[in-house]
Write a protein that binds this ligand. Structure first.
Ligand code: HEM
Length: 433
């Protein structure tokens, strides 16, 4: 009997505490969201509207249309606030950078999975995080990336031979994702355990603005993460007139920002030229850290943004450039490539890419032709040994290049682009990917 009395008293106390918490929440002007139930918050509502976390995005789109750019969902004990426009993201992550640079406080139960909040990714904003981040940057600062070019070559060679090995014995299409993952794993091993080698410049990549534009367009159209890691605030604060309480969990709809028709023309089109100065220039100028303004944020933005932006971009460029140079890529049975995505650790292709590959000859010339500035450079004066690439234009037009960036982009993944680089420059309009 005593046990039951105790249990009832405990339950009453529990409900009282929860309603007290609910009340204190009601005193705040949180960003709007769907009606909540006591204790359950929006849990049942969300269960009805969406089956799992990966289909949260359509729900957030609906909420944005109904309530505006910042919305709240109550999914646990603390409110989850979603910021859905690049402008509001800029206000939070850049203009109020130091406040929004923390991680949400971890529950005792999840702390263990977050390495007790002592890694650069999980540590709250403060001296420990700063030290860890500086530590990370001392190894991977953009100015040191050239020191790892031996590792890049090594991983690229492994990838090349694995692809060849599988492609040779039969003429069936091959699935490339496992090989990419293996190569990225090798690269990470190298970065972690092998001493950097001699300096080798990455000059070639610097002369390939179109390649850079393709990578950026891929990150815009198919960002590896549709959200970033959850953020927290260091103190109670306000955003666009709403309260953002100290314990809230804040996230950003990264993919939707890259597809926002108010910011990007024809956002669902795959059109790398949008990143080239004046549409066809030789230069790519893009503020990936969103310091002046945010237009897309595949790497996050502000103080907590991915510290490996330069490294990730360099490796994507390097792998794609080499894969395009070394092989011709043709879709299985000439089929269109299905670019739909599914949530894995990051976003990946729902149907892994299956392709026929075959080694290419005269590859350097194709590469130069494919990735250098548009329109094709026609050099009048040539140094000794330099070959006029015009002779190869016709051949290059038959290049169906399908590099799958997902696993190449290391921990993260990007996505596939299907394009014929030279064809692109002559084609009217763009492809809908
Ligand atoms: C295409 C490749 C990559 C993408 C799209 C990407 C994206 C991101 C994003 C969205 C965040 C969260 C930012 C935030 O919370 O505001 C992040 C954080 C981070 N990324 Fe990356 N990342 C990539 C590659 C890498 C690589 C290769 C490394 C390491 C070698 C790396 C290391 C980190 C670290 C340490 C953090 C945590 C930073 C912090 O909390 O201060 N990332 N990344």
């Amino acid at each position: 009997m005593e046990f039951w009395l105790l249990l009832i008293a405990f339950l009453c106390l529990f409900v009282f505490l929860l309603s007290f918490l609910d009340l204190s929440r009601k005193n705040k002007k949180l960003p709007p969201g769907p009606p909540t139930l006591p204790v359950l918050g929006n849990f049942l509502w969300l269960l009805r509207s969406s089956n799992n976390f990966s289909s949260l995005e359509p729900v957030l789109r609906q909420l944005r249309a109904q309530y505006g750019p910042i919305v709240t969902l109550h999914l646990g004990s603390e409110p989850s606030i979603f910021i859905t426009t690049a402008e509001a993201a800029h206000k939070a992550l850049v203009r109020s950078g130091s406040i929004f640079a923390s991680r949400p406080p971890a529950l005792e139960t999840t702390r263990i999975m977050l390495s007790n909040e002592t890694t650069v990714t999980t540590a709250p904003y403060g001296p420990l995080w700063l030290q860890l981040r500086q530590n990370f940057m001392s190894a991977f600062h953009p100015s040191r990336l050239h020191l790892y070019s031996d590792g890049r070559k090594w991983a690229m060679n492994i990838l090349r031979s694995r692809l060849l090995e599988e492609a040779r014995p039969n003429h069936e299409a091959i699935v490339v994702v496992d090989h990419f993952q293996h190569a990225v794993f090798c690269l990470l091993i190298y970065l972690c355990f092998v001493k950097p080698g001699e300096e080798i410049t990455e000059e070639d990549l610097k002369r390939m603005p179109y390649l850079k534009a393709v990578i950026l367009e891929t990150l815009r159209r198919h960002p590896p993460g549709h959200f970033i890691l959850p953020h927290g605030v260091t103190e109670d604060t306000k955003l666009e007139g709403y309260d953002v309480p100290r314990n809230s969990i804040i996230n950003f709809t990264v993919a939707d920002m890259g597809w926002d028709a108010d910011v990007w023309e024809d956002p669902m089109e795959f059109r790398p030229e949008r990143f080239l100065k004046n549409g066809n220039g030789e230069e790519v100028v893009f503020d990936m850290k969103g310091i002046k303004e945010i237009k897309m944020m595949p790497f996050g933005a502000g103080r907590r943004a991915c510290p490996a932006i330069a490294m990730a971009l360099l490796h994507q460029e390097y792998f794609v450039a080499n894969l395009v140079r070394d092989f011709t890529w043709t879709a299985e049975n000439g089929c269109a490539i299905d670019l739909s995505e599914k949530q894995d650790f990051t976003m990946v292709m729902k149907n892994p890419l299956r392709v026929h590959i075959s080694p290419r000859t005269l590859s350097v010339l194709f590469l130069a032709d494919a990735f250098c500035a548009l329109p094709a450079k026609k050099s009048d004066s040539k140094d000794e040994g330099e070959v006029d690439d015009r002779a190869y234009v016709q051949k290059a037009q038959t290049l169906p290049v399908i590099p799958h960036l997902m696993e190449i982009s290391s921990l993260a993944s990007s996505t596939v682009m299907a394009w014929n680089a030279r064809g692109y420059s002559t084609m009217k309009g763009t492809r809908h990917l």
